[in-house]
Design a protein. Sequence first.
Length: 279
Amino acid sequence: MRVARFGLLLSILLLVLPVWAQQTQTATTPSVQPPGWVYSPPDLLSAPVRDTEALAVVQKAMAAMGGPAIAAIQDCTIQAQSDAVPGSPNTSGTMTWKIAGAEFRIDAPTANGTSSIVTGHGKPAIINGATTTLPTYVTEALFIPVAIASVLTQEFANPNMSLRFKDTETLGSESVTVVTTAMEMDYPDNVVTPQTWYFDTASGLPVRVEFRSPDTRQPMNFIPSAVDLSNYKAVSGVAYPFTVSSSLDGRTQVTFTVQSVVVNSGIGPNQFDSTGGAL
């Protein structure tokens, strides 16, 4: 069984689930994909690509975010105020992330109460009144941006993860170094996991990650998504972005302002079950 890697936000998944249900019943080829979706054909590699320039950039980033202190994180609970952009399908309120190793739970505000995504120990699901199972590849595309140090450390440690140096460019007024990552030796990993990371050239901290929000019916269809990370603060020796702005297909959807980070509190494994744990 593949270990789930972190990918997009619950707010984005809750946003695109209605789109999947309404528009992608037959979205399996470029000729029938709905507006806003992108089609990516499979292209498998025999071995991951890990070039030295990319490795150096990622190592600098991990050092800037806490280095050895990152490995000491056994579990983490993060709460934030979620402020939805007017006109978006998101709902403002309290967002909670719980993380322990490769397992995670995300509780988010919706118009009908709290909705959740759980990794389910290999059986991921979304809980929104009823429980709906998710394809495993959806959680392989998921990540938790407020815990970006742990996310990047897991990607660096994964021997099947390709890391490529792209270039140095300007993002807004900042000079950034760009690295791409992906698991490319198996399908559908190769079409759901590609990401583009932008690191502040001076500090080494990640300031933006672009990724794919895949269709639950056809992983080769996805919506381009991104998170912008800022206002880093140290908690237990690890830097967390206390401000995260998420966008979908180039349009900002919601901004998260972190209110608390609790490390190594001892999160019970039932919190990640689709049938256990309190919402």
